[in-house]
Design a protein around this ligand. Structure first.
Ligand SMILES: [Fe+2]
Length: 457
């Protein structure tokens, strides 16, 4: 009898969920109303602002409207309209129009309001602020890999990050925004998690290996990448919108494309030559690089020697201040230790972080000064004059790590560790690993941690 009930139960469930999925195969279908609205930059953040969005193919001509923001709700007299560039994107679930507008001629340090639409269906009016003068401070949120369970679990990273620092100027995503690049559902979840935050705070993003897929002998960027965002096209040929730089006030931000660099020696060489020129001609006080595959790894036996050998000497040569990375699904920060573990006045600080729920175990390699495993995090980074303040938070809003860089007259940085004093590092083994590890493996992991701790004393 029990077996009969169980089989009936299974059959019912199967039929129920089959029907449900039959009714709704596409959880994020495009409609005439704009969605997936996201700010980014193709050019100077003080005078321009790009916005991209999606509609159903019913909308053939769309535009953006913009005006200086004012606290009065009366409809402003002067609104500039910019017609969008529209392209068709066919995905595994739907066909949609992706629209993009670049607002130009804006004044620095001002708040603007804008909306997007087609005369019938409009978005709400969003507000954003242009980059200010070089002398003013700014701050941004940095996220490591989001990648999995974007709606269910990454949502708390971006929402808590925004709640902790609602006055940030933009966000930086260090690759692997999604897991399977050809699935529209995952892009839908990424946009769902960030919602209207994406319409107010611009995103800078570098592609990870999960933004790439193989087709025959070709290694291809996600079809969603270019229609969804508008990034600069100032990188080497063939790397448009993935390798680029942006100058925000007194800081140069550089995105390098490590998935391409790892898959193609020609790409690695092209990026290296471009990086050399971009750093040599950099007039800014601060330089921050984002790339997906870490120069120094934090997890397991991972290593990216080709990336390190190509880029790390240039980071040292041109005094890059900070390198923001992902890929290793753990948290770590430290220096290039080839100068000795006590050398903290030269070379960038390297950070690996993770914002989504996929977790690995730590390697406790000698370059590391502070770590975490099995912990979702976001980081808030503030830059003003000669000081850069870095703080990492867990997604529950607790400050977890921190440091301050003070730029000296000779261009080197003085480093100040501001991690919460006496705090135990979170080095828990993720459940999925624990179940696979033997008692000896677990003992070895603890021993490695102890060696790492002893080294820091
Ligand atoms: Fe990755």
């Amino acid at each position: 009898m029990k077996t009969l009930f169980f089989s009936l139960f299974l059959t019912f469930n199967f039929l129920y969920f089959s029907t449900l999925s039959g009714q709704n195969p596409d959880p994020y279908p495009p409609t005439p109303s704009p969605d997936r609205i996201v700010l980014s930059w193709v050019a100077d953040p003080g005078h321009t602002q790009a916005v991209s969005w999606r509609t159903s193919t019913d909308v053939e001509r769309a535009w953006g409207e913009i005006t200086l923001a004012d606290a009065s709700p009366d409809f402003p007299n002067r609104i500039d309209t910019v017609v969008a560039e529209t392209r068709l994107l066919q995905t595994d679930l739907n066909t949609a129009h992706y629209h993009s507008v670049n607002f130009t001629g804006l004044d620095p340090g001002k708040m603007y309001m804008y909306r997007v639409g087609n005369g019938i269906q409009y978005s709400e009016w969003f507000q954003f602020k242009t980059a200010d003068k070089k002398s003013q401070g700014f701050s941004f949120l940095y996220f490591g890999d989001a990648q999995n369970d974007l709606k269910s679990m990454w949502s708390r990273a971006i929402r808590q990050g925004y709640s902790t620092a609602p006055n940030i100027d933009f966000m930086l995503h260090a690759g692997d925004l999604i897991n399977r690049p050809t699935r529209d559902n995952e892009w839908g979840e990424w946009f769902y998690a960030g919602g209207w935050i994406f319409g107010m705070k611009a995103s800078i993003a570098t592609p990870g290996n999960h933004e790439y897929y193989s087709e025959g002998d070709q290694y291809l960027l996600a079809n969603h990448w270019k229609p969804s965002f508008a990034f600069p096209e100032n990188g080497p040929e063939g790397h448009e919108e993935t390798v680029y730089f942006l100058d925000y006030q007194n800081t140069r931000f550089i995105s390098l494309n490590t998935p391409m660099a790892k898959s193609s020696p020609a790409s690695l060489e092209a990026q290296k030559a471009w990086l050399d020129a971009t750093l040599r001609e950099n007039p800014n006080k601060w330089t921050i690089v984002t790339l997906h595959h870490p120069i120094y790894s934090t997890a397991g036996t991972r290593d990216n020697p080709e990336i390190r050998e190509a880029f790390q000497p240039l980071f040292e040569q041109y005094h890059v201040d900070l390198v923001l990375q992902g890929h290793d699904h753990t948290y770590g920060r430290g220096f290039n230790k080839q100068y000795g573990s006590g050398f903290k006045d030269r070379g960038p600080v390297y950070v690996v972080s993770v914002s989504g729920p996929k977790m690995y175990t730590l390697n406790f390699d000698p370059w590391l000064d502070y770590t975490a495993s099995n912990t979702q995090l976001y980081q808030i980074i503030s830059v003003k004059d000669n000081q850069l303040v870095y703080d990492a938070y867990t997604v529950t809003g607790d400050r977890y790590d921190g440091f301050i860089l003070k730029k000296q007259k000779n261009g080197n940085n003085r480093f100040l560790d501001t991690a919460p004093y006496g705090q135990e590092e979170r080095i828990e083994i993720p459940a999925v690993y624990r179940s696979r590890m033997s008692p000896e493996d677990i003992q070895l992991y603890r021993k490695k941690f102890q060696t790492y701790k002893d080294r820091k004393k």
